[in-house]
Design a protein around this ligand. Structure first.
Ligand SMILES: CC(=O)N[C@H]1[C@@H](OP(=O)(O)OP(=O)(O)OC[C@H]2O[C@@H](n3ccc(=O)[nH]c3=O)[C@H](O)[C@@H]2O)O[C@H](CO)[C@@H](O)[C@@H]1O
Length: 400
């Protein structure tokens, strides 16, 4: 089906949804949606992006979140202006231990809490974005015949989403590579990962002006994810020492808050860097930093990579080796196979290797250009809208 036809199908489905609601519930009716995902930012940010996109498309939609009090969602969701209910559930460790019994017990308390929430709020749709917290509520909704779907961010899916694939109607895939791991009956739709709207809202010129960077130089963006990465910082230090004062390149580097003081001290001991090297603890202006970047040196978290590809930025990726089941390497390898990234494994990373790869790309414009084009092809800037529309259209399938 070409894109226009697909767009038509979606819009017809949405009109039906609207009609159904108006007919059955009158004009005051609001779609009620529960979104659940948590633990790390990697599950919460996509959940918030999907919620924001639904609100933008359907301003009357009533959206609430379900999370646990142990996860970051406790802070991030209220801050984003959504109500959140908490359920008492705990993840399973990969190995058997005394804690396993506690997790089983908590699974039942979680299911009990989820049942109460479904009975109280009577949602028309439940969306899960991964993390064990979304297990009970998405599972129970599906069992009760409430349309339910999940969004999987990684190329190697998480356990909760794999189990849920046997019960939900649809799985929205961040990576095509994840398809083969879902054995359940759910329909699998490759949409890419949802990214916040601001990621695409700045031009290169605006960003260079914002950071007072030089328009003649190539900009390298270096970050080890939201917490930073010691191994990446170590290799970056050698690279930045070599690039300091160069007239063809400039660097924006976020070390991670916990690593910043030590890094600053290291720079001082080395006699300081020139102004083409900018080091900060954290980049609050990531959308601007991405707009300025010609090349990125990154970990391989799914949302960071979706942001890079949405902007068509070539990258050198160093997957975090301790991520669950090494899923970051799967994310990174998918981009490498697409021709959009070079991969250095954390155990092989050192200043020489990073410098060699960076210099190669800086000296070979054509290789960088090809990688930029490949990154652009891999990008799915429309993912959030696709997911929001197709998830809401599932309401039509509700048994009434
Ligand atoms: C350690 C770990 O297991 N991380 C997982 C976590 O991602 P995690 O949250 O670690 O990383 P992601 O790349 O998915 O997201 C990072 C987010 O932080 C932002 N940012 C980062 C640095 C900075 O200085 N400023 C800033 O704003 C990025 O723009 C991005 O929006 O969930 C992802 C999705 O399930 C997984 O793919 C990751 O493997």
């Amino acid at each position: 089906m070409d894109q226009t036809a697909a767009g038509l199908v979606i819009s017809v489905a949405l009109n039906n949804t609207d009609c159904l609601y108006r007919q059955q519930n009158g004009d005051n009716c609001q779609m009620k949606i529960i979104v659940s995902g948590g633990g790390t930012g990697g599950h919460i940010y996509p959940a918030l992006t999907i919620a924001d996109t639904i609100k933008k498309l359907y301003p009357d939609a009533e959206i609430r979140f379900v999370g646990t009090t142990h996860g970051l969602e406790k802070d991030l969701v209220p801050r984003a202006g959504y109500p959140i209910d908490f359920i008492d559930v705990q993840g399973f460790k990969r190995s058997l231990s005394a804690d396993t019994f506690r997790s089983v017990y908590k699974l039942f308390t979680g299911l009990g809490d989820a049942k109460k929430l479904l009975d109280t709020h009577k949602p028309d749709l439940v969306i899960g974005t991964g993390g064990y917290v979304c297990g009970p509520i998405v599972f129970l909704a599906a069992i009760k015949g409430i349309p339910a779907c999940v969004q999987e961010q990684n190329a190697l899916p998480g356990v909760t989403n794999k189990i849920l694939s046997y019960f939900v109607k649809t799985i929205f895939l961040g990576y095509k590579e994840a398809d083969k791991y879902f054995k359940g009956k759910a329909q699998k739709i490759f949409t890419g990962n949802p990214i916040r709207e601001e990621i695409l809202s700045h031009t290169r010129w605006e960003a260079l002006r914002f950071f007072q960077l030089d328009v003649q130089k190539k900009t390298i963006l270096i970050t080890g994810g939201s917490l930073g990465a010691a191994s990446l910082n170590k290799a970056a230090f050698q690279l930045e020492k070599e690039l300091s004062g160069r007239d063809d390149v400039q660097v924006l580097h976020a070390t991670g808050k916990n690593h910043y003081e030590a890094y600053k001290k290291q720079i001082e001991e080395a006699g300081g860097f020139q102004s083409n090297i900018r080091v900060s603890p954290y980049l609050y202006d990531m959308p601007m930093a991405l707009a300025a970047a010609d090349l990125a040196v990154f970990r391989a978290g799914a949302i960071g990579l979706a942001e890079l590809t949405a902007r068509g930025i070539p990258s050198i990726l160093v997957p975090f080796p301790y991520a669950t089941a090494n899923h970051q390497e799967f994310n990174a390898r998918a981009l490498e196979a697409a021709g959009a990234a070079l991969v250095i494994l954390d155990r092989e990373l050192n200043g020489d290797i990073l410098q060699e790869k960076v210099e190669r790309l800086l000296q070979h414009d054509e290789e960088l250009r090809q990688m930029r084009l490949a990154a652009g092809r891999a990008g799915r800037p429309e993912a959030a809208v696709d997911i929001a529309k197709q998830a809401v259209a599932l309401i039509n399938t509700k048994k009434r």
